[in-house]
Every structure is written in C-alpha cells, then in structure tokens.
Design a protein around this ligand. Structure first.
Ligand code: SF4
Length: 460
C-alpha cells in the first residue's frame, strides 16, 4: 500500500499554496493523501513565524505528537517553512521525534530529505538562498480546489518594515517570469479553473528584479485577466507605497480583476508609520485609496492593522481610529504587536506598550472595524450578486456559501439540498448583513462548474 501523507499548514495564503506544492511533490513520489493525522505515514508541517503565537502553536502541536510518534515508529515528521528557516536545528532539540527540518528555499528537496532521513536519521537542511537548479514547483502542485487557484508570482521581500520577520526568512524579492506565470494560468484555465489569486509578499513591486521597471505588475494583471476562461483575478498583498497609477488603471480596465483591494495600513499615525519604516504617510495612503475608488466603483477594501507598536501613544492610536473611519474598511485583520526576534522593533524594548493598554486599544479598534464592516455590508442588502459557489456553509451545513466579486462570503439556501456544485456561478439577492458575511436568497444558476476533475481535499 502506498505511504499516506498529511500536510498541515500554519500561516498565510503563501503557505497554503506552498503546502499544495508539497502535496504535489509527495504525490509525485507515489504517496497518497491520508484522511487524517492518525492515518498518515508522513506528516509535514508547513510553518509560519510572523507572530509569536504561531511559534507557540507549532511547538505545542509537535509536543502533542510525541505520543503518536512513540506509538507509530514508522511515522515520519517533517517541519518546514518560515519557522524552520528561523529556528533550524533548534526544532530537533525541542522535538527530537521530528525527522526532517527544511527551510523556505528548499521545498523541492523534501522528498529527497525524507528518503535520506530514513537511512541517516534526523536531519536539518535550511539553506540561506534559493537553489537555482531546483525544479519549478508549480508544475507539481496538488491544488485543493479545482475551480480556484493561488499562483505565486514572487517570493521574498526587499522592504524592511521594523516589525516584520519575512525578509529574514523568505529572502530578497524574486519574481517569476511574466510568460511563465501566464502559461501557468492558461494551464489552470484549460483545466476549468475560473478564479486565480496572484500571491507575493509585495505583489505590486512584482518584476522590479527582472526589469528594474515597476509597471510590470500592471502588465501581468492585464495578461492574466485576458486568459480565456479566467473570470476572476485577485491579488495579495500590495504595498501602499508601490501602488502606482499603472496598477490602478489595470485594475479599472481589466474586467476580470475583482473589485477588491487588500491594502495594509498597519497604523494611521505618521510618527508610528515612520518608526515602522513603512514608506508612506496616512494622507498618502488615503489619497491612493481614493484614486482606486475613483476608477473602480464598488471596491471592497480590507487591511492589516497593528496596535501597540513600540512607542504608540494614545494620540497615535486615535490617529489610527480616524484613518480607519475615513477608509471605511470592509474588514481588517487586527493584531496586537508581538516582537519577533531579529527585527528592529524587537529591540525597542524600552518603549513597549504595556500589554493591558495594547489589549484595550485592540478591543476598541476591533469594535470600530466591525461597525465599519457591518455598515458596508448593510449597503448591499437588496442587491443581486453573482457568487462563486464554494460548497456547504461551515456554520450551517444545509446552506451553501459563495463569494462575491468583492470577496464577501454569502450564505444562502440552495434551490434543493446540495443541488449546486462547488465552482458554479450563481445569482443571489442579499437579504441580511453581518460584520463578516452576508445572508442571501437563491435567484438562479448563472453557470455550472467548468472543471472536470475533482481533486481530493486534504485534511488541514
Ligand atoms: S512589505 Fe513589510 S510587512 Fe510586508 S513582507 Fe515586506 S517587510 Fe514584511
């Protein structure tokens, strides 16, 4: 019987897609996806280290696996990704039942590392640089969904935001060639994929390392948007300082590009933004946002916000609340600052904000964001929307869920139980609003799914 594997993902969409690539590599080795952890012969953890609680979660999870590893001597455990890049061999010290540690630059070597560890015992290989001879990973990705796909266009980041560990674990920006990305998207469209999300740490600086001219991202948006069969194009995450007029024009002029923009603000205080080394002021941020809204009607805007950055005063925090109110976000990922070792902000110990102050600000910010999100969603009540059907709702399995072009999750009753396949486009009418979703009534099927193949969904 073929060995069975599970890839568990911690972290962002970039990691989710890396996990699809890891799953593809393991499947190419003749392994099969397992139904769950207890059922697996190989367990791969693809980790994140952006926030401290991601570290804690991973080490907690590894600790709990000790008992399973003792019970199943043939079980192989591999840990890779950002945390492995940061901690390296320390993972083997803290969890000696781990067999393989790999980094962010050598995903394609994982099958080889698994084979070697079976012969040589536990090993750790975490190179500092990408391997130029590594085979292209996207060719083997075992994607979770047959109708929507992530496409990595760039890895690494050349910025140096004071709070962020990404540049040290993911390295310098490396863009994939434009034709290679377009060819990948054409291949996906030929298999019936209708939605792609372009991924990068700083997507709108895409191509700077290839041509030293930035508008390449706008060219990419137009080329990807023109691929026959691709109905929706999304991208994440752009940096406000690199949001150029060419990109805004491409968003407005490419019908497939969705009316959705995730534009991380982080703070609304110019003083804190300077401490964070973000490269823009609140006013410049709002001006750029207004420029997009002026040409992309019905734009949904989401953001990332950090409260309690070292040195943040009550006035700074109030400035954030003001910008949040003015930006009228559809939703926001809000975080309390957590110092990451090796970052500039981690050394600003003398100006750390007391945890109880940060927590109180976090709660105030969250309620402002939720009010804003609810207000934005209420304006959609009564409107007809086209959703891409995802499947049964997680909260109410008798309902279906789908996403609008703005990325909003809508829950609705199907015409008959489970009668609409995931990957279909459906028209619904919005009947209710909540801060994180819409409720809707079924109107009509717009288009059935185009994909022919059902790829097994992996256990997370
Ligand atoms: S732009 Fe800043 S926050 Fe984003 S990945 Fe790069 S360094 Fe981190």
């Amino acid at each position: 019987m073929a060995p069975r594997f599970v890839v568990r993902t911690f972290g962002c969409q970039m990691n989710e897609h890396d996990s699809e690539r890891l799953a593809g590599l393991l499947a190419a080795e003749g392994m099969e996806p397992a139904d769950g952890v207890d059922d697996a012969d190989v367990l791969v953890f693809n980790t994140c280290c952006i926030r401290e609680n991601a570290d804690n979660r991973l080490y907690g999870e590894l600790g709990r696996l000790k008992e399973l590893a003792d019970r199943k001597p043939g079980l192989t455990i591999a840990v890779g990704g950002c945390l492995a890049q940061k901690d390296g061999a320390r993972i083997l010290e803290r969890a000696p039942h781990v067999d393989v540690v790999f980094g962010t630059h050598n995903l394609s070597r994982v099958p080889e590392l698994l084979r070697r560890s079976a012969l040589e015992g536990p090993l750790c290989e975490v190179p500092d640089q990408p391997d130029p001879d590594a085979p292209p990973l996207h060719l083997t990705a075992l994607r979770d969904l047959p109708y929507a796909a992530w496409v990595t266009i760039q890895t690494g980041c050349d910025n140096s935001c004071a709070f962020c560990i990404v540049p040290s674990v993911r390295g310098r920006e490396i863009s994939r060639h434009l034709d290679e990305v377009v060819t990948e998207v054409e291949g996906l469209a030929a298999r019936g994929v209708v939605e792609v999300t372009l991924l990068g740490q700083n997507v709108n600086s895409y191509g700077r390392d290839l041509t030293h001219r930035s508008p390449l991202f706008s060219e990419l948006l137009r080329r990807v948007g023109a691929v026959e069969g691709i109905e929706r194009v999304r991208f994440t995450s752009p940096h406000p300082k690199d949001l150029r007029p060419e990109t805004i024009a491409a968003m407005a002029e490419t019908p497939a590009v969705c009316e959705q923009l995730h534009l991380p603000l982080q703070s609304g205080s110019d003083r804190v933004l300077a401490l964070m080394r973000r490269g823009y002021t609140a006013e410049r941020y709002l001006r750029r946002l207004a420029a997009v809204r002026a040409v992309v009607p019905d734009l949904a805007v989401t953001t990332d916000l950090i409260v309690g950055f070292p040195g943040e005063t009550e006035d700074d925090f109030e400035a954030t609340l003001e910008v949040v109110a003015e930006a009228a976000y559809d939703s926001a990922y809000t975080f309390v600052f957590s110092p990451r070792p090796g970052t500039r902000a981690a050394d600003m110990v003398e100006s750390f904000v007391p945890p109880e102050v940060a927590k109180e600000r976090f709660e105030r910010l969250r309620s402002v964001v939720e009010r804003s999100a609810l207000g934005r969603h209420e304006t959609r009540v009564g409107r007809h929307e086209t959703v891409l059907v995802e499947g049964p709702s997680r909260k109410e399995p008798t309902m279906l869920s789908g996403r609008t072009r703005q990325g909003k999750l809508a829950h609705f009753a199907p015409p008959k139980a489970n009668g609409v396949a995931p990957g279909s486009f459906a028209e619904v009418v919005v009947t209710g609003a909540a801060p994180h979703h819409l409720r809707a009534d079924w109107v009509a099927l717009v288009a059935p799914p185009r994909h022919r193949m059902r790829i097994p969904v992996q256990v997370r």
